[in-house]
Write a protein that binds this ligand. Structure first.
Ligand code: PMT
Length: 408
């Protein structure tokens, strides 16, 4: 089993500039240290006025490079901006002040941070953060465009209450967005660039009356991991999600639904425009024949019989309507004879591949953060994968690429 992952150990060079959000970068450093990445921090003089360098040095476990180190010969012939740019797998500027943005846009190498970016060949991700009027100023917007033209990734600030008292666009995005943008920047496989991917995730609820439903324990984690990995790899992703408490994945278009009938409508409306469909949702096979409009009363009833009728099989319908070149990947949640049962679903629904989930296995299936799956195509078992749902999603896309896509 191949356990290597592109999300593994990397070197992040993090430039912190003079903006109040400088204190939030401690969380970014902690997140990547947790992932066993090496984090090297460099700070502008402005940043030093907001947070003491010692904070970042303790959290990163590394020396923090300051403006006074710029052009110093402490490291011999490799002065800091060259050694930092050489070791970086990705350079992140967070928060990026208006003046550093201007320097980056104009190739101005007069500070340690801007010179490091200028000397680099790796991906550069910039998170501008400032007063909303400064952000909206044409000069700033022109600098954003110039940076994008240079190939830097500029992530729009978030809207909200700003430290300066203003309300508007200017906040450093939340940690999950920062992390996802950095992962997307370092993702070396862009095999889904230009592809449209539709993923279904989570459960469906089939309401009996306004307060009761028939559902299942799907959390959406597996489907969301599939969707996020596709986005890292360059796809344009739509997720049709049942009701879940898990946060929606960033970067993808999410269409929330409740019932299997609603999921059917949304999936069918979108299916003709997509290249790859992954059906990770746990769809209710039945719904109540007559939904009650008022809460059902218990009084006087020892027994309750509810008549259920069959829902349409979305995957099977997709299989019938499959357009040329389209890929349909199903999931199978099984409790017994997983391969035999999944094989029938693969054939009956005209799927290209099915991901078999033995939901009785330990640390796998519904709600768990990890999973163990077997991938089956018409030719037989393709792969067995075990790990966190993020890693399982990565390996599933690797198999899809190797088996079905012409890109390498
Ligand atoms: O969401 P998590 O907590 O992370 O859990 C992940 C998971 C266990 C839900 C997921 O990995 C999984 O196995 N999903 C498929 C669950 C399921 O409904 O399996 P099934 O064997 O009943 O259905 C087979 C396939 O047909 C599935 O792709 C399903 O989406 C599809 N189907 C089923 C019924 C129906 N009416 N329409 C469908 O499209």
């Amino acid at each position: 089993m191949n356990t290597s992952t592109w999300k593994g150990k990397k070197t992040l060079v993090l430039g912190i500039t003079g903006a109040i959000a400088a204190y939030k970068t401690a969380d970014i450093i902690r997140e990547f240290v947790k992932r066993e990445w090496k984090v090297n921090v460099m700070m502008t003089e402005g940043a030093e006025r907001f947070v003491a360098p010692l904070t970042f040095s303790v959290i990163s476990g590394n020396k923090v490079f300051l403006e006074k180190d710029f052009l110093s010969d402490e490291r011999g012939w490799k002065i800091p901006h060259i050694s930092l740019s050489d070791i970086a797998d990705v350079i992140v500027i967070a928060p990026c002040s208006a003046s550093t943005l201007h320097k980056l846009a104009h190739g101005d190498g007069s500070t340690l941070v801007s010179a490091t970016v200028l000397a680099s060949k790796c991906p550069v991700v910039i998170f501008p953060s400032m007063n909303s009027n400064m952000w909206e100023n044409k000069a700033t917007q022109r600098n954003v465009q110039l940076c994008r033209d240079l190939g830097y990734i500029v992530v729009e600030p978030e809207k909200g209450k700003l430290a300066c008292g203003y309300e508007g666009k200017g906040r450093l995005p939340s940690l999950n967005i920062v992390v996802d943008e950095i992962l997307r920047a370092v993702c070396p496989v862009k095999d889904l660039l230009g592809k449209k991917v539709l993923v279904t995730a989570g459960p469906t609820y089939e309401y009996i009356d306004p307060v009761r439903y028939i559902g299942n324990p799907s959390s959406g984690k597996m489907g969301f991991a599939i969707a996020k990995e596709a986005w890292y790899r360059g796809a344009d992703v739509t997720v049709v999600s049942g009701p879940v408490s898990e946060p929606y994945p960033y970067g993808v278009n999410v269409v929330p639904i409740i019932s299997a009938e609603e999921m059917y409508e949304v999936v069918m409306n979108n299916a003709k425009n997509v290249d790859i469909i992954v059906k990770a949702a746990a769809v209710g096979d039945y719904r109540v024949k007559e939904k009650q409009h008022q809460k059902m009363k218990r009084e006087g009833k020892d027994k309750l019989t509810i008549e259920l009728i069959s829902n349409k099989d979305i995957a099977a319908e997709l299989g019938k309507r499959k357009k040329s070149g389209q890929l349909i990947i199903g999931f199978a949640a099984e409790t017994n004879e997983p391969v035999e049962n999944a094989k029938k679903k693969l054939q009956n629904k005209n799927l290209d591949m099915i991901v078999i989930n033995d939901v009785t296995a330990p640390n796998a299936g519904f709600r768990s953060d990890s999973n163990t799956v077997t991938l089956l195509s018409k030719e037989g078992v393709l792969s067995e994968i075990s790990g966190s749902k993020d890693i399982v999603a990565e390996k599933i896309w690797d198999v899809i690429r190797d088996k079905f896509l012409s890109v390498k």
